[in-house]
Design a protein around this ligand. Structure first.
Ligand SMILES: [Zn+2]
Length: 128
């Protein structure tokens, strides 16, 4: 792709680094942002930066959180003694979307895979 603007090319390159986003899709997204109000694009970029810089991991379950404890662990109506051990945060989101589980979670952050060099030390087991 040939670009008449180095800034446009740089933005396309950044978007195309995202998983599942090729150069054509990246260009479409960047051109969409160019048509938006500058304030909307500023809010978009600030939201992404804040998410990346300020997000934490729950001290109890290793889920994403905005404070020391996630909203699930800090919810006193949930059964704290029932713990669902999951591989990733995506599993928590999937189970929560069913609205059928009222316990808490423990997010391992992966699975043991000796062939890939992932042992218990690489998972969030110590915090349990
Ligand atoms: Zn938690």
């Amino acid at each position: 792709m040939q670009f008449s603007s180095a800034l446009l090319e740089s933005a396309v390159n950044e978007f195309s680094r995202l998983p599942g986003i090729g150069k054509k899709t990246a260009l479409r997204l960047v051109l969409h942002l160019l048509k938006q109000d500058a304030s909307q694009v500023t809010q978009f970029s600030e939201t992404i930066a804040r998410m990346r810089n300020e997000i934490r991991f729950c001290k109890r379950c290793c889920n994403v959180a905005d404070a020391d404890l996630c909203t699930i662990c800090s919810n006193t109506y949930r059964q704290q003694q029932t713990i669902c051990v999951v591989e990733t945060i995506r599993d928590v989101i999937a189970i929560e979307s069913t609205q059928q589980f009222n316990g808490t979670y423990h997010v391992l952050g992966g699975i043991i895979s000796p062939l890939d060099g992932v042992g218990p030390d690489q998972l969030n087991i110590d915090s349990w």
